[in-house]
Design a protein around this ligand. Sequence first.
Ligand SMILES: NC(=O)C1=CN([C@@H]2O[C@H](COP(=O)(O)OP(=O)(O)OC[C@H]3O[C@@H](n4cnc5c(N)ncnc54)[C@H](O)[C@@H]3O)[C@@H](O)[C@H]2O)[C@@H](O)CC1
Ligand SMILES: Nc1ncnc2c1ncn2[C@@H]1O[C@H](COP(=O)(O)OP(=O)(O)O)[C@@H](O)[C@H]1O
Ligand SMILES: [K+]
Length: 483
Amino acid sequence: MRGVWTADQVRAAEKQLAERVPETTLMYRAAFGVAIAATELLREHRGRVSGTRVALLVGAGNNGGDALWAGAFLRERGVRVDALLLAPDRAHPAGLAAFRAAGGSALDASTTTAGSVAARADLVIDGIVGLSAHGPLRPSAAALLEHVTAPILAVDLPSGVDPATGEVTGAAVSAARTVTFGGLKPGHVLGAGADHSGHVEVLDIGLTAALGEPDLSLVDASDLARAWPVPGPDDDKYSQGVVGVAAGSAVYPGAAVLVTSAAVRATSGMVRYAGPAADVVRDHWPEAIVTGTVADAGRVQSWTVGPGIGTGDSGRDVLRQVLRAGVPTCVDADAITLLAQNENLWDERDPDTPLVLTPHAGEFARLVGPVRADRVASVRRAAATFDAVVLLKGKTTVIAAPDGRVLVDQARGSWAATAGSGDVLSGLIGALLASGLDPWLAAGYAAAMHSSAAELAARGAPIGASALSAAIPAAIRRARRLD
Ligand SMILES: NC(=O)C1=CN([C@@H]2O[C@H](COP(=O)(O)OP(=O)(O)OC[C@H]3O[C@@H](n4cnc5c(N)ncnc54)[C@H](O)[C@@H]3O)[C@@H](O)[C@H]2O)[C@@H](O)CC1
Ligand SMILES: Nc1ncnc2c1ncn2[C@@H]1O[C@H](COP(=O)(O)OP(=O)(O)O)[C@@H](O)[C@H]1O
Ligand SMILES: [K+]
C-alpha cells in the first residue's frame, strides 16, 4: 500500500528532523529534485535543457523558496530563468538571493511584462503555494496562470488545490507533473486534486522515515496480486467461501444477474443466489445455486444484499433475514435506503457481524446527511457511527473502517459511471468477504479491481455494467501480472 500523510504530519516530521538537519538543507534537497524533474520535462517537451526558458511562479512562503532554489540550479544548466514574484516583499529571502546570484532575473508579477514572460516559457514551475494553501488561487496568481501554455511542474502540490481534501473551488494549477516531499498528501489523491497533480513523484529528502503511520492508504497492484484469493492445490469449491446473493426482484432481475456475475468471476468460491429472480439468474449463471428465499439458501460465508430488492415490505424482510444470518455482509443500494428509513432494522444485526455499507452520495445522505467537502472525514465519521466499513462511491472511492483506517481508490477514468456498475462492485465485495478477507481490505481491494476492470473494458469507449463485469478476469490477470 502507498501511504498518504497530512500537512500536519509532514510539519511534525520536519520539526523532528530540524534537530539534526537545518531547514535550508531540506529546502536545498527539495529544490534539487524539482530542478532534476524540470530538466526531464524540458528534454521531453523541447528536446534539450540548455537554451530553454523557464518561468517560476513564486508565492510568499517556502514553496516559493523551493522554486527559487530550483531556478538557481537550472541556471547552472544554461536555462534562462525568470521568477515572477507574486508577493515581492515576502519572497523567500535566501532563495531569492541564491537565484539572483546564479544569474536569474526576478520581476514583480503585477507588472505588465509578467504575462508575456509566463507565455513565452518552455516550462513553468509552480511555487505559488504548497502545504499552507487555503482556498483557490488569489486573483493575481489566477490572472498570471491564464497566460501559461507550457507544461507546469508543481512544487509539492498544484497551487489552488486544497492540500487536505483535494478540493478545487476556483482557479487552480493543472500540473503535468508534481514533485512532492516525504510522502503523498491527500490533495494528490482525493477528488479533483488527483487530476490537477498530473504524475506525482515523491522525494524522500530525509522526511519519509519520520512521518509515522499514514493518514490514508492507496491500494496498489502488488497488494491485489498478493491478497486476491486464487485456488491452491488444497482448495475445493467450499474452501474459498460461499457467497450469498440477495438481490433483484421481479421488476429488477438484472441487478441479481450483475451481482451474481461479479461474485462468480471474482473467486472460485461457490455462489448461492436467493430471491425472486432465481430463474433469470440460473439462465445466465448455471454455476450458481439458486433458491427462491434467503431462508432456503443454505450456509454461506457472506451475503451481498440490496441491489434491486426494492424498499417495500419484501425488501425489508430480505434484509432482516440477511442481517440475522450473522455472517459478513455487504449492504448495498436498496438495503442502504431501507436501513436509513427503518432504524429498527439495525437491531437485527448481531453486533459482531461485520458490515460493509456501500452508498453512493445520495444513499450516504439518506443515512447520515450530505457528504461534506472533506469526504474522508465524512466517511470516517459514518464508519464509526455504524461500527461498519463504509465505502463511499465516486471517481474517488473512500473506504473507512470503524477504527479510523481509510483506503482511497482513485479511478483513472469515469467509465464506471454507468447503471448497474455498483451491483458489480457489491458482488466483488461479497466474494472477498466470503473468502475471509478483513472487511475493510475486502472493500478496498474490490473497489480497486472494479476500477481496473472498468478501465480495461472501456479502452476509451463507453461501456455497460455487463462489460465491466466481463473484464474482471482480465483485471485480476493484470494485477497478477499474467496478461
Ligand atoms: N515542511 C517541510 O518539511 C518542507 C517544506 N518545504 C516547502 O515548504 C512549503 C510550505 O511552506 P510554507 O508553510 O511557508 O507555506 P506555503 O509556501 O505553502 O504558503 C505560503 C503563503 O501563501 C499564502 N497563500 C495561502 N493560500 C494561498 C492561495 N490559495 N493562493 C495564493 N497564496 C496563498 C499564505 O499567505 C501562505 O502563508 C511546502 O509546500 C514545500 O514546498 C520544502 O522546502 C522542504 C521541506
Ligand atoms: N464519475 C465516476 N468516475 C469513476 N467511477 C465512478 C463515477 N461515478 C460512479 N463511479 C463508480 O461506479 C459505480 C456506480 O455505483 P452506483 O452508483 O451504485 O450505480 P448503480 O446503482 O447503477 O449500480 C461505483 O463503483 C462508483 O464508484
Ligand atoms: K505549488
